[in-house]
Design a protein around this ligand. Structure first.
Ligand SMILES: C[S@@+](CC[C@H](N)C(=O)[O-])C[C@H]1O[C@@H](n2cnc3c(N)ncnc32)[C@H](O)[C@@H]1O
Length: 204
């Protein structure tokens, strides 16, 4: 019986926060928009976003991180992909001005199949999202593909994500990332990694 209740709780949480859908998803987005601003800001700071950077956020949810990124890369480009139509709607309305100005582009889609050319972005980030991707390895390899040589990725997790640190370094290495470091913060942890220069240069 306890297993059944846990199963129901998990599927409600998935509908509310994991891949927000319907009324519960709408409510989940409103809650997400009012939590962990400091953590999101810290992850963006650790990613060292510069004014002219092209940045990709995967799983942007209600779009608060996108708003912060638009402030940090004000002369660059912010692109976002989220698998939830509800989150695309909330983030689009939250970032309407920056979208109109051409600074922000938000799309519905999944990380496992990114609609961008190879070597498009300087930086990429994802916060409390990787733990619910359909295929983590495929998602990480896609992000690596669209990063420029030397490009940087930040993966942020608060305890609510229930993401374990165990095996994360090996997963990132297998996906082709290097210079992997873990940073502990007051609200969670962030993993930083790079797409190496050497491998891309050897392709030419
Ligand atoms: C817990 S929410 C986090 C939202 C936001 N990053 C934040 O910290 O508030 C997870 C987000 O990842 C998105 N997501 C889940 N699986 C995805 C996938 N395969 N591709 C892209 N986005 C995905 C969900 O739709 C949701 O918006």
């Amino acid at each position: 019986m306890q297993k059944l209740y846990l199963g129901i709780a998990d599927s409600l949480l998935m509908r509310m926060f994991g891949r927000p859908k319907g009324v519960l998803g709408r409510l989940g987005g409103i809650i997400l928009a009012h939590t962990k601003h400091d953590f999101t800001q810290r992850v963006i700071h650790l990613l060292d976003v510069q004014p002219q950077d092209k940045v990709l956020e995967v799983g942007f949810g209600p779009g608060v991180g996108i708003q912060m990124l638009a402030g940090a890369a004000s002369r660059g480009l912010i692109a976002g992909i989220d698998v939830s139509k509800e989150m695309v709607a909330q983030a689009t309305s939250r970032n309407a001005k920056a979208i109109k100005a051409g600074l922000v582009q938000l799309q519905h889609g999944s990380v496992e199949q990114l609609p961008f050319s190879d070597r498009t972005f300087d930086k990429a980030l994802t916060i409390n999202s990787m733990q619910v991707w359909f295929d983590v390895m495929a998602g990480l390899q896609e992000i690596r593909r669209v990063l420029k040589a030397g490009g940087k990725i930040a993966l942020g997790f608060t305890p609510q994500s229930r993401q374990s640190k165990v095996g994360l370094l090996e997963t990132l290495e297998l996906a082709g990332f290097t210079e992997i470091t873990f940073v502990e913060t007051q609200q969670g942890f962030c993993v930083l990694a790079k797409k190496s220069w050497e491998e891309t240069q050897s392709c030419f």
